[in-house]
Structures are given as C-alpha cells and as structure tokens.
Write a protein that binds this ligand. Sequence first.
Ligand SMILES: *[C@@H]1O[C@H](CO)[C@@H](O)[C@H](O)[C@H]1NC(C)=O
Ligand SMILES: *[C@@H]1O[C@H](CO)[C@@H](O)[C@H](O)[C@H]1NC(C)=O
Length: 468
Amino acid sequence: MEFPKRHSLISFLLFLSTFIVQHFAAVNSVGVNYGTLGNNLPPPAQVAQFLKEKTTIDRVKLFDVNPDILLAFAGTGIFVAVTVPNGEIPNLVNKKYARRWVGDNIKPFYPQTKINYVLVGNEVLHWGPQNLIDNLVGAMRSLHNALIRSGIEGVNVTTAHALSILESSDPPSLAKFRPGWDKGDLAPILQFLRQTKSPFMVNPYPYFGYSPEKADFALFKPNPGVTDKFTKKLYTNMFDQLIDSVYTSMKKLGYGDVDIAVGETGWASAGETFEPKCTIPNAASYNGGLVKKYNQGAGTPLLPGRKFETYIFALFNENLKPGSLAERNFGLFQPDFTPVYDVGIMRGTAGVPDQPVPTPTPSVPTPPSPVPKPPTQGNKKWCVPKAEATDAQLQSNIDYVCSQSGMDCGPIQANGACFNPNTVRAHASYAMNSWYQSKGRNNFDCDFSGTGAITSSDPSNGSCSFLS
Ligand SMILES: *[C@@H]1O[C@H](CO)[C@@H](O)[C@H](O)[C@H]1NC(C)=O
Ligand SMILES: *[C@@H]1O[C@H](CO)[C@@H](O)[C@H](O)[C@H]1NC(C)=O
C-alpha cells in the first residue's frame, strides 16, 4: 500500500517514537529500596520528582504498599515494586481475599504507577514462623491469579530471600540450599516462578561476609581473586560468588533456567566504633562497584553477560531504624537529598554509565555525629551461651544475628579472627555477644529465648577479641 508523503512521515515518526520508547525500556538502571523508617524524610512526591529529574534511577522497591508513595510515582515512568506485609500471607491464600487485596492495593494505582513486582512478604523462610512459610507459595499463586483476573498482566509475583537459604556459598560449586527448605519450600516456589516467568529474588550482602583480609574482595577493589577449584572459575568479588552460589543451588534442584534478581544489597557508610568497615569510602566502593558492574552487564563467572535486576539498600539514611549506628547509615542520600557519596547515578554529573567508579566525594564534610559511648567502663559485661543451650538453638541465634544488617559476622567466617575454634558454641558466643553489645547491653538483649547468659569474664581468646 502506498502512503501519501505525509502519512509516511507520520508513520516514520511513530516508528521512531516506538523505537525510542522500547530503547529506553531496555536501557534500565539499577534500582533502590525506598525504606521509610525516618521522621525527617521528604514527602513522596518530592522523592519521585527528585529521582526522575536528578538521578538515572528508574525503579524503586518498597517494603510495604504505601498508597501515598504509589500515588506519588504515578506518571513518572519509574517502576515501583511493592511488598505485601508478611502477616497477610495466610489470608492471601484465600482467592476472594486475594482479589479484594488486589482491588484495594494495586488496581487503584495501576497502570498510572508502573508497578512491576508484587513481592509476597520479605525473607519469609528466614524469619518464619512456620505458618507463613507453609502458606507462602499458596499466597503467591493466589495473588498471581487475582492480578490476572483483575486484568493486570505483566506484574511479576515473587518474594525476596535472605541468603540463609544457602547451606554454604564458598566455593560456589559446592553451594546448595539448606536441606529442609530445598525440596519442601524452595522447589514449589521455583516451580511457580518458572511457570509465571518471574525471577527468584535474593538479598546478597557481601557486607556480612566482610573481614579485613577479604576487604578488597568484598568491596569490588582490585585483588588476585579466588579460583573455585571444581569449576576453575576465577572470582574477583564476593557478590559474584554469592550469586553463583544461588545459581548453583537452583540448578542442583532442577531450576537453573529461572532468572535471578537482587532485591537488596548495600553497605553502611558510618557505624559504631566496633563497626570499622562502615565508612564512606567502603560504601562508595561497594555500591559504586555494583553500579559499574551492573551497567557493564558482565554477569558472573557462571552466568556471563546476564544482567540481574538489582535494588541497592537503601535510598535514604533512615534515622528511626533500630540497631547499631550502621543500620541508620545505609542510604545513598541524606533526607535532604544530598548524596552521602556518588555512585554514578546522578544526572548531569561525571557519574554516567561506563565511567570508572568515581572517587568517593563525601558531600557532608562534618564527621558523623558522635558515637554514643557505652556507659560501663570498668565493669564490662559480655553475653555468652548458657551451658544447657543446644547447638540447634545456638545455630539459630547465629543465623538470626548474622542476618541483621549492621551485625558483623566476618570474624566467625572462614579466615576470620574468631573462626577457630570452629564450633557452633564458640561462633554463637561471638554472635550473641555482638548483638548484646550493639543493642545497648540490656539484659533482654542477651535473652535469646533463654539461651544466653551475661558474664563478667572476657570470652576473648588470642587474636579473637569480643566486642565490649
Ligand atoms: C518479570 O520478570 C522477568 C524475568 O526476570 C523479566 O524479564 C520481566 O522484565 C519482569 N517484568 C517486569 C514488569 O519487571
Ligand atoms: C582458644 O583458641 C584456641 C585455638 O583455636 C582453642 O584451641 C581454644 O579451645 C580456645 N579457648 C577457648 C576458651 O575457647
């Protein structure tokens, strides 16, 4: 069919704009977790406008389904991933309830707000209780069906996992999911994700695996790397090691074809005196290295060229987060939008994709606010396991403490100063004490369901020094 000249121009322009739209859709950026545990955070509308105009960030992830935030992002073109509260999981198995939930929480905002994910709970296997774990995949299915029946297609339903789902991650070739969770819980989830073409979402934190000896490896700095002797693959950073461990574990269970997405990863830029890894240069090096790696699309040794959708934790420093100072310093930005450091996500600055990682430029010249000094000086106290605590109880204390952001379990990992003696009891002792010290040394911070006891004798041993 012959088009008159004007028509062909119009169709060419249409083609061009479609091309541009598609092109833009394909060139996506790293995302951020928009946490809201602060009493000094800017209103959502300002946040949406700031992200759109001043940064290259094109996707945010929420830890809830906040209607004010969903409204604020309408029409911005920024993708928004929402998280269903863990407590809703058992209800959502019910088809009617799920449809009502979608009608109340998603439908009013979609598609003006580009909701790309509904995440069903957060780190549910890790936190439990069993009732939520048992209902997780049922809730995911039911929500997926409710979305489709409400005419909402193309929204991924998945759930983010803490890496405590892995039994081990070093070397990646020997990684596998924890027995008990593998076939019973993770396989049905992976089956659902395969059917619905959604990614398996994990929260890898090299931050927790940090030790001074492995600093360069954890922080994306030049280092000789570590070869996995079974695959002969060379790993030059811990992030790749963790992702390939997840991939290997999925493959061993028969789901190597399911995509992987990174729900959270990050680094604190300030911390207590016992958190020396939390500095602006370290946070800038980790998050900057991550952004650079993401933009290059290099993938991992086992998944070369694969781009994992990634959300940095977090957008803002959140002053109401409980825990040690590090917890309140994971943000890329201060609440007044000043970058804490630049990781190459600002528009109109040197920080454009494919540039080398910018050297950290702390924009707040004042040092972090003074670290509160522990009140006790002479009469120090430590938290250790009770004699009657079982290894299973102590292992769950380790898992709990070491999964909390702000807690440094590097010393009890291989090569760490407190790795030996390599026993559950010794490691639990270190972890439980770290928790007790960082939470403010209240008696209840050493309770651990009745498995902890306070002592006045220092459990430190040789080069392994316990926090006090
Ligand atoms: C859903 O997940 C798939 C697989 O990872 C991905 O290709 C797709 O872009 C995702 N959809 C949205 C809307 O983000
Ligand atoms: C101190 O460390 C050494 C070396 O690992 C170990 O053999 C010993 O049992 C430790 N002592 C205590 C009290 O844990």
